[in-house]
Design a protein around this ligand. Structure first.
Ligand SMILES: [Zn+2]
Length: 191
């Protein structure tokens, strides 16, 4: 049984969704992510989604393919082994770090940057709602790092809100109005 009443839930939900949208309009992704956590916290334990990267990939990885930038071949992401590539000086200034994670394509053997890799999802079994989303992306240093973070943050927020709005639907279906709960108690008393 949800702890707060449904009208409360709707009000809190709308309040936080307003905050998410206003952060996104201001390109304030750090606070938009924080608001997503608040929206999620509105729900009771069972309908609250979990932010767990390992679990999320466990559920989706078998279907997730990494696309090679060079030859466009697809490799199951769970088979991809990544390594640190030492960046040339100019790149390291641009990215704000000395190394970037790479992986080698097993088909053409060229290296790909992990942060720039495209993923394709093999057809997902329905229902597609998992109740789990990766942990949010972390802010990165450097000009390019920042742009990558913003792109990842937008994707993450879309995915998380998708899951959360599904939870809201479930919570609405499960909700028993307070008056009906009182009726149930009254009936018990009369027996
Ligand atoms: Zn390749």
């Amino acid at each position: 049984m949800p702890q707060s009443s449904l009208p409360d839930l709707n009000t809190i939900w709308l309040k936080w969704m307003d905050s998410v949208n206003s952060c996104l309009r201001n390109n304030d992704y750090v606070n938009a992510i924080a608001c997503v956590f608040h929206v999620n916290a509105v729900f009771g334990g069972e309908n609250r989604i979990e932010f767990n990267t390992a679990k999320y990939y466990q559920l989706t990885n078998s279907a997730l393919m990494s696309v090679c930038y060079h030859c466009k071949s697809e490799t199951p992401s769970q088979d991809v082994k990544s390594w640190n590539r030492l960046l040339p000086l100019i790149d390291s200034v641009l990215y704000g770090k000395k190394y970037r994670r790479c992986w080698n394509c097993p088909k053409c053997n060229k290296y790909n940057y992990q942060g720039k890799t495209d993923f394709v999802q093999e057809t997902f079994t329905t229902p597609r709602y998992l109740g789990v989303v990766q942990e949010p992306p972390k802010i990165q240093e450097g000009l390019v790092g920042r742009r990558e973070f913003e792109m990842q943050a937008r994707n993450w927020i879309r995915l998380a809100l998708d899951e959360i709005s599904y939870s809201l639907g479930v919570e609405r279906r499960e909700y028993v109005p307070v008056s009906d709960r009182d009726d149930m108690i009254d009936n018990d008393d009369n027996d």
